[in-house]
Design a protein around this ligand. Structure first.
Ligand code: GAL
Length: 965
């Protein structure tokens, strides 16, 4: 079938006959580690060890993932009521509403990052289709941070991996950042705003997730990590080390290290910058130093170069990493450092022969991916990102396009370690300063990653065939080159290839999205322009379904259905493989994603394009690509499964995919024929259905090298839980997906089971659930999920500490499953402490010094901003001769608990003789503590302080209003 993109209706063009291909689950010869011993579950066997933790690159930062309070929905304070309020509204530090330092957030919910509030939303027909029918809206986050007084004078930063989508950030009542993209990181320089010790810092963030930057599910909120970074006064800036190795024309290697520093101090700083190259075992190979002067409040750059003889190369099969350790020394002492993983490798795109890695041709066997996953939306912990990459690796995939935006930095760290090549894509096509800054940020952040081989400035832009489009790309490519002269620039074009003016003239590599029929003509016309498919395929499959049902929005998985602009997996790859000058391809997409339910619409909430479904369960396409892409193993698979009750005697199309020479199909021991195996198109049979065992035998030079089989299963009798790993890290961060399926009396996976399942978990927490059904509206949070065509997934996050996790799964009429997973000791990351602050009393006004004890009702006249000082608690005021009296006044709106039950007013520092009035009533103040009666609304607090002669006096510490409990 073919889909017409304009109206997104399934047409009726059909493939010849019934020779259709489909999904498979290999047994003996399947994916390496595929669970042959667990009843042909189409998933890998559990790993038995923890993966290595990612090394710490920047020791100056600690995690800010914990301790956030969240409010869903906007909070709009009324406009200022009068002139005085308007005057104050315009002043630094005076944010109002939920951005105010003393806003009552005591009923907000506590969340941990990464956090995507859209993932908890129900599916709503009137919400945006491309975003997966989930309302997004506006949300607020707040967090209180305590800074050590010893950190005064240091550089203090808040860092957010990304915020979806438009964010305004306040620190201590002042706006410190506006950020207009959901994909770039946000850094806030807290240094000038910081408060120390018991004077706490309040961060407030308003996130407007109504804004859309894409046409896919983009999530909502603080969906990547956040960090609190405290650096020496003179230190490396963020992304301030560029150390990408270079091969010289004479064959030698060197690591040019360029380090950018900033100095927050008051005087120029003299430092030494030292760069060392460490080998994969951590041994220092060479060290270089350079002196540097960094002027106050300015940047300075130090450059050194390290030569290396004969380093081990980085490749997709052996991703060997070295480390560049860059240190800043003041008086010989290290005050700041970064550890950056680097790889020695060369890359080249050739107009005739495609891509070369380390001088060897390498076809890009790539997938495009969006960043979301079942259950968690876009808030993916690293362990889940790693698991998804493992799934791609198992398929022989060697390249990934981060479509169509900057990925999380942890994703690239993992690609470096696991051996993937990344086409790193910019989001907004626009060279105006705000957007150019986003592109430049991307290059600066990612230019050391050996995995990154290509910068993409855009995806499918209608201006690609215009003069303006060319001028825009020219500027953006130029900006990229200014920061990184080692990687080519591409643009993912969908047409305009033959317009007299088009952007292929100003990029290094022309990216073809679809338009496979134009490869040859373009190559003939521009024989010196390298080409890659930047996006292709857009084929549709519903995992585990082998017949389309257009009324139920189900699409068959025989690799016959594709968008009108794309093609089947097999035909697409054939077009790429037949042409050495096409560097490779990027299948749309590696995984299904929420949103863009093409070719369907409501009630479908997710895409059909994935080689794997939303949970990472394989579709037929997975086996197809394994046969295409895996070279170091013999693989064979059979589509479909062999459990078709009621279809006895009816023809069933069977597709066998293999990378061997020939395959034989057997049904219940009888040979159905031996055929030479076409590695790209596979081998097809039509088999009258007969229950039993269907088996594919793959041979090379007559020798059996791999087999795959399906057996007809009986009714499901019990559930089964299969983890990705039998152990988890007890660092409070680790997560893993657990597969649940139903098995028959013989312990075999039942591929047609669709049963409601409920889960119970101890020693861990469920952070999301899914089953890969793009039509399911079951919530992705909670503790229940139905099997869809035999499978569901529950994603758990381990609790902290050594111990045991026990997961049970139950379904009506079946024996429950119980799974125990060990939680091993692993140190938790360093987290910024979580505080539950009391209400701060702010906004003090202080009278001039008075010669006599004043009346406590003394106040500035309305609107007088100039006679009484605005003071922050924490500062004493100098003495004035013969005038020892001062009045301090403020008003406070008590937070909920105090308003209802009363509380305690606490002055943590008072100097001088103080008397207190609350709401005009004299109130005893003993050791800085006073009772505060219940009552909502504005409450007046007045102090009269008499200074001892010639001594400073005042409110010298924080003032807090505490609930009784
Ligand atoms: C492409 C586009 C992708 C996705 C895909 C679906 O044109 O770049 O983002 O929309 O089509 O086929």
């Amino acid at each position: 079938m073919i889909v017409d993109r304009r109206n997104l209706l399934i047409g009726s063009a059909s493939t010849a006959g019934l020779m259709l291909p489909g999904v498979a689950s290999a047994e003996a010869a399947g994916e390496s580690g595929r669970a042959s011993g667990v009843g042909a579950l189409p998933m890998p066997a559990p790993q038995t060890a923890l993966p290595e933790a990612l090394p710490i690159e920047d020791p100056s930062r600690i995690s800010l993932d914990l301790g956030w309070l969240f409010h869903e929905g906007d909070i709009v304070p009324p406009p200022p009521a009068d002139h005085h309020a308007t005057y104050l509204n315009a002043k630094a530090g005076n944010a109002r509403g939920a951005a105010a330092m003393d806003y009552d957030d005591s009923d907000w919910s506590r969340v941990r990052l990464p956090h995507d509030w859209a993932a908890s939303q129900p599916f709503v027909e009137t919400a945006n289709i491309s975003q997966g029918f989930r309302p997004r809206g506006v949300g607020w986050y707040r967090r209180t941070i305590r800074l050590d007084p010893a950190d005064r004078g240091k550089t203090i930063l808040l860092q957010f991996g990304a915020i979806a989508t438009h964010a305004t950030i306040w620190a201590n009542g002042s706006i410190v950042a506006h950020n207009w993209s959901g994909y770039n990181s946000v850094e806030v320089d807290l240094t000038p705003f910081a408060r120390f010790g018991d004077e706490l810092n309040v961060i407030a963030i308003r996130v407007d997730a109504e804004a859309m930057e894409g046409w896919w599910y983009e999530g909502a909120g603080l969906y990547r990590h956040a960090w609190l970074t405290v650096r020496a006064p003179v230190a490396l800036i963020t992304d301030g080390v560029h150390c990408d190795p270079r091969k010289d024309p004479d064959g030698g290697w060197r690591v040019p290290v360029e380090a950018t520093l900033f100095n927050v101090g008051r005087d120029p700083a003299q430092v030494e910058v030292q760069a060392s190259l460490l080998d994969p075992q951590g041994r220092t190979l060479a060290t270089r130093r350079a002196p540097l002067t960094v002027p106050a409040l300015e940047r300075a750059v130090a450059s050194v170069s390290i030569s290396v003889a004969d380093p081990a190369l980085w490749s997709v099969d052996q991703p060997t990493l070295y480390t560049v350790l860059t240190q800043v020394l003041v008086d010989g002492r290290v005050v700041d450092e970064r550890r950056i993983a680097v790889g020695f490798r060369t890359l080249r795109f050739d107009a005739d022969q495609g891509f070369f890695l380390n001088g060897q041709p390498l076809k890009l066997k790539g997938v495009c991916i969006h960043q979301d996953h079942a259950g968690v939306g876009v808030a993916l912990p690293e362990a889940l990102v790693r698991w998804r990459l493992e799934r791609l690796k198992a398929m022989g995939c060697n390249a990934i396009r981060s479509a169509h935006n900057a990925p999380a930095v942890e994703f690239l760290d993992l690609c470096d370690r696991m051996g993937f090549l990344v086409m790193n894509e910019n989001r907004v096509f626009n060279p105006a300063p705000d957007y150019m800054a986003q592109l430049e940020w991307l290059v600066r952040r990612d230019r050391n990653h050996p995995s990154v081989i290509l910068w993409s400035v855009f995806n499918e832009e209608p201006m690609q065939g215009s003069e303006a489009g060319v001028e825009m790309v020219r500027r953006m490519a130029h900006a990229v080159k200014a920061l990184d002269d080692a990687r080519p620039v591409t643009a993912a074009m969908n047409g305009a290839f033959f317009e007299p003016i088009n952007v292929s003239s100003v990029v290094d590599v022309t990216g073809f999205n679809y338009y496979q029929g134009d490869y040859d003509r373009f190559h003939a016309l521009h024989p010196t322009r390298p080409i890659t498919s930047s996006e292709d395929t857009s084929a549709f499959e519903t995992r585990g379904a082998f017949a389309s049902d257009s009324r139920a929005n189900v699409i068959t998985s025989y690799d016959t259905e594709a968008a009108s602009w794309g093609d089947t997996h097999r035909k697409t790859w054939k077009a790429i493989m037949d042409r050495p000058f096409v560097a490779g391809g990027f299948v749309w997409t590696g995984f299904d994603y929420h949103g863009e339910p093409t070719p369907h619409a409501w009630p479908t909430i997710a895409s059909f394009f994935g080689i794997m479904d939303l949970c990472g369960f394989p579709k037929t396409a997975f086996d197809i690509h394994r046969a295409h892409w895996v070279d170091d193993q013999d693989v064979v698979s059979i589509t479909p499964h062999w459990t078709w009750p009621g279809r006895e005697g009816q023809p069933v199309p069977v597709l066998v995919m293999s990378n061997a020479d020939e395959v034989e199909l057997k049904l219940n021991g009888r040979s159905l024929g031996v055929v030479a195996c076409d590695r790209i198109m596979g081998a097809e049979w039509t088999v009258p259905y007969e229950p039993g065992r269907i088996e594919a035998v793959a041979r090379r030079a007559g020798r059996v090298v791999a087999t795959a089989a399906h057996e007809t299963t009986g009714a499901p009798v019990r559930l089964r839980l299969t983890p990705a790993r039998t152990v988890m890290a007890g660092d409070g961060e680790d997560v893993q997906p657990i597969t649940v399926d139903a098995v028959d009396a013989a312990g075999r996976h039942v591929p047609i089971a669709n049963l409601p399942v409920t889960f119970d978990v101890a020693g861990a927490e469920i952070i999301g659930l899914g089953n890969g059904n793009p039509n399911s509206h079951e919530p992705e949070k909670g503790a229940a999920r139905s099997l869809f065509n035999g499978l569901a997934q529950v994603i758990v996050q381990a609790a902290a500490g050594k111990g045991r996790i026990v997961v049970t799964a139950s379904a009506p009429g079946l024996r429950p499953a119980r799974l125990a997973v060990e939680r091993l000791d692993r140190a938790a990351p360093r987290y910024a402490p979580v505080l539950v602050p009391a209400q701060p009393i702010l906004g003090w006004r202080r009278s001039p010094a008075l010669a006599q004890r004043p009346d406590p009702s003394l106040a500035p006249t309305d609107g007088d901003n100039n006679s009484w000082a605005f003071v922050r608690s924490g500062v004493a005021t100098g003495a004035e001769p013969m005038r020892n009296w001062r009045v301090y006044r403020t008003a406070v709106r008590p937070w909920r608990a105090v308003a209802q039950e009363g509380g305690v007013l606490q002055f943590e520092g008072l100097s001088g003789q103080a008397s207190l009035w609350i709401d005009g009533q004299a109130t005893p103040l003993i050791d800085g503590v006073a009772a505060f009666g219940p009552g909502a609304g504005d409450r007046r607090i007045t102090l009269i302080i008499e200074a001892a002669a010639a001594e400073a006096s005042g409110v010298t510490g924080p003032v807090k209003l505490k609930a009784r409990r």
